[in-house]
Structures are given as C-alpha cells and as structure tokens.
Design a protein around this ligand. Structure first.
Ligand code: UGA
Length: 445
C-alpha cells in the first residue's frame, strides 16, 4: 500500500514538497495553521509565485491525492510519515533562528500520534535541534506510540522548486535508526533510482550540511562583491575577473555574479543563525567571517544608493527614479530581505520619487512599503525618469535595449545592478551607464 504522507507547514517548502510527493504517487495531506492559506491551496490556488507548481497543485487536488487541513488530529491519525516544513525565521530579538513553529509542529504531532510514525524535519534549523526534538518527542508521546525522528534538509531554490524537489542534486538523511532510513529510501525511490547521491548520517551533520551550503553560497557572492569594491575603486572589470576565476574547476563560475548582493528568506537569515548558534556553543570567533560576508553584502545596497545620489549632486528631491525589479531574484514574488526593495526605500527616504515595476513582486513589496509608487508596467515606470535602476534580472529587463527606453525617459542614465546589460551598447547610444564592479567617476572626489 502506498505510503501516506503529511507535510506540516505549507509555505514555500511545504507546499512544494506536498505537491511533489503527490506527483510521485503518494497520498498526501498538507497542514497549516493559516486557514486562509489552506483554503486557497484546497481550491488549487497557490498563494505565491513558483513556476510549474500551480499545475502540479491543481492536478493533484483534482485527483484527490493531495488534500489540505488545519487539523492536527486528522493528520496524526492518518499519515505514516510527517514532514515538517514550517518556517524558522530570524528571531525578532537577535540573530538566532526562531524555533517556535518547529517546536509547536513536533509537539502537536507527538501528543496525538498512536502506533508507528516517522517525523522528518526539513526546516533549516540550528545544529542540535533534532537531538533536542527527539527528547521532546520521547517526553510527550503516548505510551502506545512508536515515533522516530529523521532530519532531511531541503536544498530547493525558489524559481526552481519543483525541479529541485523532483530531481535533487543530493539527498541527505540524518537518522538514528535503519527503519527510518528504509522509509525515506521508499519516499525517494525515484530519485535514488536515478543515481542521486544519498548521504546517510547523524542528526548534527544533516543539520550542518544545510547551513554550511547556504553559508558557502553567501560567502562566494560576497567574495566577488568584495573584489567589486576593489575594481570600482582602481578600475578593472568584475565580470571578466569572475569569468577568468570560474575556469578553474576548483572554483567554478556559479554564484560569482557581482551586483546588489544576496537577499531572500534563506541566505541572510541562515548566515546570521549559524553565527548565533556557534557562538552559543562557545566558539565566538569560528564563524566571525560570516559577519564580514553579511557586511559586504549590505554595503552593495549602500553603494547603489550612493551612486544614484552622486549622479544628481547628492540631491534626489524631485527626481524620478525608475526601479525595475523589486524581488530578491527573478521568477519569484518573494521580497524578503530583497536588495532591490531596500535600495528603492533608501532612495525614497533620500527624497526621490520612486516608481517601481516588478513582474510579480509589486503586491508583496507594497504590503511592506506602501509609499513607493508601484506601477503596472515597464513603460509607466520609466516614463520621464531621471534615472533607471535595474535591480532584479527578470528576463524582460535583461532584454532591454537603449532604443526601448530612450524616447520615454527624461534623461539617459541607467544603473545595471545585476551586470546584465551590454554597457558598451548603452554608452554608444549616449547613456550614462553604471555597472557593478566598474569604476564610476563621480564617486572619486
Ligand atoms: C537558497 C539556496 O540556493 C538553496 O539551495 C536553498 O535551499 C535555499 O536558499 C533555502 O535555504 O531554502 P534561494 O534563496 O531560492 O536559495 O536563492 P538563490 O538562488 O540561492 O539566490 C540567493 C540570492 O543571491 C539572490 O538574491 C540572488 O540574486 C543572489 N545571487 C546569487 C547573487 O547576488 N549572485 C550570484 O552569483 C548568485
């Protein structure tokens, strides 16, 4: 009989995992405490943007293989395996991860399960959490329950969530018993059949793989952005430098794109939570370099704001700035810790009139910063603009040519925050173009 799977937490991670599990042939129930989210998912409507996921959701809601509920008792009674995909945001009072949702999910299940069950953590957690949760389960479980715990971190990227879940580049399972490993091998049989590397390890290693991966990616981005600061000062071209570095297979070209830096719901909070956790362990210097990684990253936003000010003699009052892209990366509607939104707000605070257009992100950005002028199209955003800022590399912005904009703008100034435009072509067409990692004269003085 097919395994019955529950997924607790139906945000980005959980909704994707639930739909993909249904696609793999399992009976799935998704649980969330947010009734509105559950109502929308149950109708086959995805409350966020992720290419390919709405189709999967609709397909399996229609077949009945994928259901949604807010009822823990129903889930605890029904499923054999419970995946935990709730959020672990940054704590309001510090850099550590807020574990209240993970703890609550595990406790709610542990108190209701009878018989055999496996709880599988997928949320990103500080090292040591799984071992602590195993203790919590033991303390809260009914005498007739036999609940195992495994940790199975998730490495999906927004924008590629379905592909990353269906064909992951590796599977990591932290476990204390062979039976849990066996069940997870059954869940992931398709990927394992396609020779996906499987790492079976202890809880701590499984937890650390996830945060180490994100810390490494963040470090790589800040590494190239630190060199961008150098080439911005002395001259040189950061893209050429990255290309040349990338030919060394030990380094690789990926995640060496200089620009406005990283954002989103994962990289920034994960490097902060890792520092906080390691400090708690008494290793106060060990992850100190991640503080630098964070600072280099935040300086990118500052620089774009400073360059924009410098273009107008440090006075933005009455200037119209068009901001193209407000999400933290393309093919997403996520504006959490978005460099683009941060820059737009800085310019607004400096007195500019800021027009924002993003193909998917306007609504979420407006919910956070309603005062920016959100418009429905590129033309409206750039019309009469004194400067255009390309801050998220959506395909339609990457394809822009000087001819597309020159009749619309008030003056030909553009900042390419993602180094995706052909700067020579824009210069030839009479534009002042500022790319990342290239010298910009007005800052010299
Ligand atoms: C990241 C990881 O890549 C996933 O493997 C991980 O599962 C996920 O976090 C998570 O922890 O859930 P994601 O947040 O979707 O995924 O975004 P990335 O594609 O990693 O991009 C992060 C940020 O770095 C974006 O703002 C992007 O614009 C920026 N970036 C990326 C650069 O500035 N330069 C680059 O070369 C690459």
């Amino acid at each position: 009989m097919a395994l019955k799977i529950s997924v607790v937490g139906t945000g980005y991670l959980g909704a994707t995992h639930a739909a993909c599990m249904a696609e793999l042939g399992f009976e799935v129930i998704g649980l969330d405490i947010d009734q509105a989210k559950i109502d929308s998912l149950a109708l086959g409507e995805l409350p966020f943007h992720e290419p390919g996921l709405p189709e999967l959701l609709r397909k399996h809601v229609a077949t009945g293989r994928l259901r949604f509920t807010t009822n823990y008792a129903e889930v605890a009674d029904w499923a054999d395996i419970h995946f935990i995909g709730v959020g672990t945001p940054q704590r309001a009072d510090g850099h550590g991860a807020d574990l209240r949702y993970v703890d609550a999910a595990v406790r709610e299940l542990a108190q209701r399960i009878h018989g055999d069950a496996l709880i599988v953590g997928k949320s990103t957690v500080p090292v040591g959490t799984a071992r602590r949760l195993a203790g919590l389960i033991a303390a809260e479980a009914h005498p007739d329950a036999n609940i195992s715990l495994a940790w199975n971190p998730e490495f999906l990227r927004e924008g590629f969530a379905v592909a990353d879940t269906m064909t992951p580049d590796r599977l990591v399972i932290g476990t204390q018993d062979k039976a849990s490993e066996g069940l997870l091998r059954e869940v992931y049989a398709k990927a394992l059949g396609a020779d996906t590397p499987l790492i079976v390890t202890d809880f701590e290693t499984a937890e650390l793989v996830k945060v180490a991966a994100n810390a490494f990616l963040a470090t790589k981005i800040s590494f190239i952005n630190a060199f961008a600061e150098v080439t911005e000062t002395i001259g040189g071209d950061i893209t050429t430098l990255a290309d040349a570095l990338g030919h060394d297979a030990r380094i690789g070209r990926k995640f060496l794109n200089a620009g406005v830096g990283f954002g989103g719901g994962c990289l920034p909070k994960d490097i902060r939570a890792l520092q906080a956790r390691v400090s708690e362990l008494g290793l106060t210097h060990t992850m100190g370099f991640l503080a630098e990684v964070d600072e280099i990253n935040l300086r990118r936003r500052e620089r774009v704001a400073r360059v924009t000010l410098a273009m107008f003699g440090d006075d933005l009052v009455g200037k119209k700035i068009a901001v193209l892209g407000v999400t933290f990366k393309p093919d997403s509607d996520d504006v959490r810790d978005s460099p683009a939104l941060d820059i737009a707000v800085r310019l607004y605070n400096a007195g500019a009139e800021v027009s924002v257009f993003d193909p998917k992100g306007n609504k979420n950005a407006a919910a956070r910063f309603p005062r920016l002028n959100y418009v429905d199209g590129l033309t409206e955003a750039v019309t009469e603009a004194d400067a255009v800022l390309l801050l998220t590399e959506w395909a339609e912005f990457k394809a822009l040519t000087p001819e597309d904009l020159e009749q619309l703008v008030a003056s030909r100034r553009i900042i390419d925050g993602r180094n995706v435009l052909d700067s020579a072509a824009w210069e030839t067409a009479g534009w002042e173009i500022v790319s990342m990692g290239r010298r910009y004269a007005p800052l010299d003085g």
